[in-house]
Ligand binder design. Structure first.
Ligand SMILES: O=C(O)[C@@H](CO)OP(=O)(O)O
Ligand SMILES: [Mg+2]
Length: 425
């Protein structure tokens, strides 16, 4: 099937920053469209976003160069071509870019075209995207991990750790799990109001109050789980992403938003060990910095059989970094963010590599999102059973929940809810 038309425009993400939307048409008239998200606490080895830089528009954050690259170079190279399959299309895009980090055309441009192509081909095959990517066995709905308290670089408050998430795993379906999660979210809002704390939200839709400690966030959430009528741990557990790379300061971890104190890698791991004992935490993402490979190995040795340890910044959805992690015993799971690597094929390859090594995969949005729902289809396609896509009060986050609700409905009796078993140890 030949590609007949490729176009792109500059659209907006949830932080009001410009991002890329690509549209692609096949010769049978099937169309696909996709928008690229954008991170704030990015890993240093992520594929490069192309931003205008030198222009005054949007303070240099515009993506007109990336858009022009799609309209001119990418459209020129692909028009009237039949790549035959996703892998060939993605290889063409990478070759055309010609850099190791996709910095010339921009991963934001390349990923948008890659996803738009996947959607167009799915439409042409008259298949839902998750089935096009994952085949007939793509029937597993994920446990949604709702980020209900935002801190770190995602909020303007006193909380150092970036994400405090609830995990409503004890449910019969995705729909029930989302309902439980939202009930806890609303209970948390009432609790914050009762304590005179702010109920304004951060970038991912979780509350962003000023708290007297990071632990207070956990205690409030546990109280909210109980107030909503659920048993903490048994029905609704916790997951954290402290985004420790953001705390890294001259080889130590700095509590940069609260009291400015610093601890070393060993003390940080001891803190997690203590929290695992005291709180029902089933998943810990980026407990240590991407600069701290030795600390990560040690933490995995100490904690890896007690909790899912997810590498985000340290792996960047990058097969080479994951390979090093497997070799050095770093983490037991990998965060999957398509825009960290830049094509659909490389994302799926990374998932395969992780699965082959017995690692878990945890699909993720970015803090700067759009209403694009690709990751909802992706998590069902790969069947890895858990996703984080914010909390339920911002449209760019609920778009993914709503897509998953539709997928579950569409699958009917074939749908299977992943539940607690999705969390590796
Ligand atoms: O650290 C993270 O996992 C993400 C998404 O939650 O944040 P960002 O998109 O800012 O990198
Ligand atoms: Mg992270």
């Amino acid at each position: 099937m030949r590609i007949t038309h490729i176009d792109a425009i500059e659209v907006l993400d949830s932080r009001g920053n410009p991002t890329v939307e690509a549209a692609l048409q096949l010769e049978d008239g099937s169309e696909g469209r996709a928008m690229t998200p954008s991170g704030a606490s990015t890993g240093m080895h992520e594929a490069a976003e192309l931003r205008d830089g030198d222009s005054h528009r949007y303070g240099g954050k515009g993506v007109q160069k990336a858009v022009a690259g799609i309209r001119d170079e990418i459209a020129g190279a692909l028009a009237n071509k039949d790549p035959g399959e996703q892998r060939a299309l993605d290889r063409l895009l990478c070759e055309l870019d010609g850099t190791p980090n996709k910095g010339r055309l921009g991963a934001n441009a390349i990923l948008a075209v890659s996803i738009a192509y996947a959607r167009a081909v799915a439409a042409s095959r008259k298949l839902p995207l998750y089935r096009h990517l994952g085949g007939d066995n793509a029937v597993t709905l994920p446990v949604p991990c709702l980020n209900v308290i935002n801190g770190g670089r995602h909020a303007d408050n006193t909380v150092d750790f970036q994400e405090f998430k609830i995990v409503p795993h004890h449910a019969a379906s995705f729909a029930e799990s989302i309902r439980m999660g939202e009930e806890v979210f609303h209970a948390l809002k009432k609790l914050l109001q009762k304590h005179g704390l702010s109920t304004g939200v951060g970038d991912e839709g979780g509350f962003a109050p000023n708290l007297h400690s990071n632990e207070q966030a956990i205690e409030l959430i546990i109280a909210a789980i109980e107030a909503a009528g659920y048993r903490p741990g048994e029905q609704v557990a916790l997951a954290l992403d402290p985004a420790a790379s953001e705390m890294w300061h001259h080889g130590r971890y700095r509590f940069f938003k609260s009291n400015q104190s610093e601890i070393d890698s060993q003390a940080m791991t001891a803190l997690w060990s203590d929290w695992l004992q005291r709180y029902p935490i089933v998943l810990l993402e980026d407990p240590l910095s991407e600069h701290d490979w030795d600390g990560w190995s040690e933490a995995t040795r100490q904690l890896g059989n007690r909790v899912e340890l997810v590498g985000d910044d340290i792996f960047c959805t990058n097969p080479e970094l994951l390979q090093r992690g497997i070799r050095e015993g770093v983490a037991n799971s990998i965060l999957i963010k398509p825009n960290q690597i830049g094509t659909v094929t490389e994302t799926l390859d990374c998932v395969e590599q992780a699965k082959a090594a017995g690692y878990g995969c945890y699909v993720s949005h970015r803090s700067g999102e759009t209403e694009d729902t690709f990751i909802a289809d992706l998590v069902v396609a790969i069947g890895c059973g858990h996703i984080k896509t914010g909390s339920g009060c911002r449209g760019e986050r609920t778009a993914k929940f709503n897509r998953l609700l539709r997928i579950e409905h569409e699958l009917g009796s074939r749908a299977r809810f992943a539940g607690r078993a999705a969390f590796v140890r």
